[in-house]
Every structure is written in C-alpha cells, then in structure tokens.
Design a protein around this ligand. Structure first.
Ligand code: ATP
Length: 452
C-alpha cells in the first residue's frame, strides 16, 4: 500500500485533500493522471451499462437530498454503524471493526458500550440556519433513482425489465476512514437499479453477479483475485432480501469492492402513497410519505405492480485502488536494474501515447512530434501527450510508471522518411512504423484491451 500511495502522489494520481492546511481525514483529491484514470473507469462502466445494453437509461440527480426521502428510505433510522468511545484516550472506533474489545490507539480495555452512530452528513439550506431547513448529502446515489422512477418511465415508455444507471458522489461520515481511498467520507458510486417483475428477481440477481464479475475482469481485476461473499441474513441491510458482495484482495486485506443487492420492492414501495389506497401490492404497505405511485402497468393485463430491484453498486474509488493494485509491479531487468510498471488495461490508461522528440527543443523534431500528437489526438481516443524532456530513458521510465501503453519517439530518421519508433510498455519491444500504423494500433489496442 505504501508503495502505491507514494507512486500516486509522486506521479500526480491522488493527493491528500486540504494538504497545505494539514489535510482532512477521509478526503482525497485526484490529480492530473488520477482524474483521467477515474474518468476512464467511469466511462467504461457507463458504456457497458448504458450503451452496450438496450434496457438501461442514465440519470444524474442532485446530491442534496430532502430529509423525507431518507426518512422513508429507512436511512434516518438505520443507516448507522456501532460506535464505541475509549474512556481512557477519548478516541472513537467502529465496534464491529475492533479485533478485541481493546482501543487500537492506547490499548485500554475501558470502552463504552456500542451505540448507533448515523453516517449521514447534514447541511443547512437557505439563508436562515434555524435547524429546520436542512438537507442530507446523499449517502448512496440510489435513492434519487427511486424518486425519479416515474419521471423516467413516463419519459421513456420503458416496460419491465429495465434499469436506471447513475454515477456520482456519495457521502458517509465514517467513524474511522482509513486505508487510503478504500474508506473515505466523500466518494463516488456507480449504481444501477434494475427493475424487474417480482418472481424474476432471483434469476436477475444471479445474472447481474456474473455480468459484474466479467466487467471487473475486463478492467484487469481477474476472477482469480475476486471472491463472492453471500451476506448472512443477520448482516443484511434493512432493504435487502439477499446481498452478494464482490470481495477483492486489497493491499490491506480482503474487502468489499462492489455489493449486489436484491432490494425487493422496498424502496419504491416506501416512497409511494399508501399502497392500499393505490390498489397495488407491495411488501411495504403502511405509508403516506408522498403522493407518488411508483409502480408500473403491464400493457397486456393492465395490472399495476411495484417492481423488484436488483442493485449492483460499485465504488469508483475502491475500483481505482483495485485496478492500480492489479496493474502495479516492479520488474528486475537483465543487468539487475529495476523498473516500475503500471500494466493498466489501455482503455484505463491516463495517457494513451507519449510522443517524444529525440532532442529537446529541436525545432524540426518538436514540430513533427506536435503534428503527430494532433493527428493522434484527433482520433478522440483519449489523452496523447508531448514529452519534450530530451531524455528518452527518463521518459520511458516515467511512462512505464504511469501506465502509458505506447511511447513514440521522433528522431532524425523520422524527418527523412516519416517513420517513428514505437515502444510497447509491457514487452518493451521497439518497432519502426509509420504514423498510420500507429493509428491502427491505437484503435485496436483500445478496442481489444491489449497492447497489439
Ligand atoms: P462497507 O461494509 O465496506 O462499509 P458498505 O456495505 O457499507 O461497505 P455499500 O453501502 O454496499 O457499502 O456501498 C456500495 C459500494 O460503495 C461499496 O461496495 C463500496 O465500493 C462503496 N463504498 C461504500 N462506502 C465507502 C466508503 N466509505 N469509501 C469508499 N467507497 C465506499
């Protein structure tokens, strides 16, 4: 973990937030390369969830959430972790994460009884802070997918089964944020709420688990390093009938990367008007929360029903940590030298290719390198960078370390015949090729997920 954290800071992937003022626990900022990696991971998720399928729509809803939403979803009452105080040093801990009933900081056994601590952040809304007008910062992106259910159905004429996908920030006042970007207080989620008919939910649950494992594999996190954890009944969240967590061996241990829950008709039912008044069946019946009818009509039978929901919910930040950890390796080369490589899947690489003029500031070389950069950039395949450092060895090392799949060197021969040298990050092989060949290579590499 320390090596990864150091690399992330040194190369501009991830910084501690508010660092110049001493930092703030549980908050991180993504630097120039981190933002590219994160965007690429999110784009890959969106492509596979929304574009590659014909049964999913997207959404981008607000973060500030009306208290009523999180009251009726059950979060006000149950979105808690058990907290204990150390009476000796006054530190606070999550009771279920303590190995023994001992304070990890001062080793005292004098701890309070665990009590529930609500993880939601509140903020006041409007110019008068009277404690009454407040909103929550959403603790999951899911809830405003449910509250927008009718808007999406009405505007798209969707019928079951179909899903709504959203990527966005979520906030949890974690008692003990830790392990770099694994457990933070502000993070991003990629969530799909997949609505299906009651009775088909268990089958869909299985299909989504398979589909999500395949997606992680495509991001470079293979099935061999993932495990499925069937959450036991007494650990299930209040809305869940069954949850399967995808567990990954993070540098600090085996922990949840993504959760796939069968949320039944709990949420849509909870946000709907009194169910008996509406004449529809749902598990959650007693409610007068809103006037909404979050149900769907079968066009053949004309019957209304509240759909069941399967929710694959993945953390972007935990995803970034997993793909970085899988890609990171230190190799010993012939001659004993070491090199650090990030073998990221090319579609995730922050920089797709670096164009390096052999001699720094040489007019002809830099000119040609700039032209090649523009030509490749115009393919719209991601960031192409000019590396005008004049030190080829150093440039290769830097780009190995940040996961750039191709380095393109422009030398004096290039000025004569238009060919350049392409070096592959993983094999370190170098080939003399034309710029057109690089274009094909870039296209193929990004489509196939391999370095060609
Ligand atoms: P954990 O048990 O690790 O606290 P959780 O079960 O509370 O996680 P979910 O509510 O299922 O998490 O949230 C879905 C996903 O959101 C998680 O799989 C994880 O990837 C991500 N996530 C949740 N909490 C955090 C956090 N504090 N920091 C970073 N990512 C998080």
């Amino acid at each position: 973990m320390e090596e990864l954290v150091a690399l992330c800071k040194r190369r501009g992937f991830i910084f501690q937030s508010n660092e110049i003022y001493g930092g703030m626990q549980g908050l991180y900022d993504y630097g120039p390369l981190g933002v590219e990696l994160k965007n690429n991971l999110k784009h890959s998720w969106w492509t596979s969830m929304v574009y590659d399928r014909d049964d999913v729509e997207g959404l981008d809803a607000s973060i500030l959430t009306a208290p009523n939403v999180l009251k009726h979803s059950g979060h006000e009452d149950t979105f808690t972790d058990p907290m204990v105080d150390c009476k000796s040093c006054q530190s606070r801990w999550r009771a279920d994460q303590l190995k023994e009933a001992t304070c990890p900081s001062c080793k005292s056994n004098d701890l309070t009884e665990p009590r529930p601590f609500n993880l939601m952040f509140k903020t006041s809304v409007g110019p008068i802070d009277d404690g009454k007008s407040f909103a929550y910062l959403r603790p999951e992106t899911a809830q405003n997918i449910f509250t927008n259910f009718k808007n999406v159905v009405d505007s798209t004429s969707r019928r079951l089964p179909f899903g709504i996908a959203q990527i966005g920030k979520a906030f949890r006042n974690e008692i003990t944020p830790r392990n770099f970007i694994f457990r933070v207080r502000e993070f991003e989620q990629m969530e799909l709420e997949f609505f299906c008919a009651a009775g088909t939910d268990e089958e869909w649950h299985k299909l989504w688990i398979e589909s999500r494992l395949k997606w992680w594999e495509d991001q470079g996190v293979s099935k061999d390093v993932l495990e499925l954890y069937h959450v036991p009944a007494d650990e299930l969240a209040h809305y869940s009938k069954a949850t399967v967590d995808i567990m990954y061996k993070f540098p600090h241990g085996l922990e949840e990367l993504e959760g796939i829950a069968n949320r039944t008709d709990f949420d849509l039912g909870s946000h709907s008007k009194n169910q008996s008044e509406l004449g529809i069946n749902a598990t959650v019946k007693e409610n007068n929360a809103s006037n909404a009818k979050l149900a769907i009509q079968d066009i053949e039978t004309n019957e209304w029903s509240v759909p069941y929901v399967i929710e694959p919910s993945a953390g972007v930040d935990r995803g970034v940590l997993a793909v970085l950890n899988e890609a990171y390796r230190v190799e010993t080369l012939d001659g004993g030298k070491e090199r650090t490589v990030l073998s990221l899947k090319p579609h995730l690489s922050p920089i797709k290719a670096a164009v390096i003029p052999l001699k720094r500031n040489h007019e002809g070389l830099v000119d040609m390198a700039s032209k090649i950069k523009s030509e490749l950039q115009n393919l719209r395949l991601g960031r192409i960078l000019i590396e005008n450092s004049g030190n080829i060895g150093k440039s290769y090392r830097r780009h190995d370390e940040v996961g750039t799949p191709l380095c393109i060197t422009v030398d004096f021969e290039s000025l004569e015949d238009g060919t350049v040298t392409v070096r592959d990050r993983d094999t370190m092989e170098q080939k003399r090729v034309s710029v057109d060949e690089i274009k094909t290579q870039l296209h193929e590499m990004l489509l196939n997920g391999t370095n060609v």
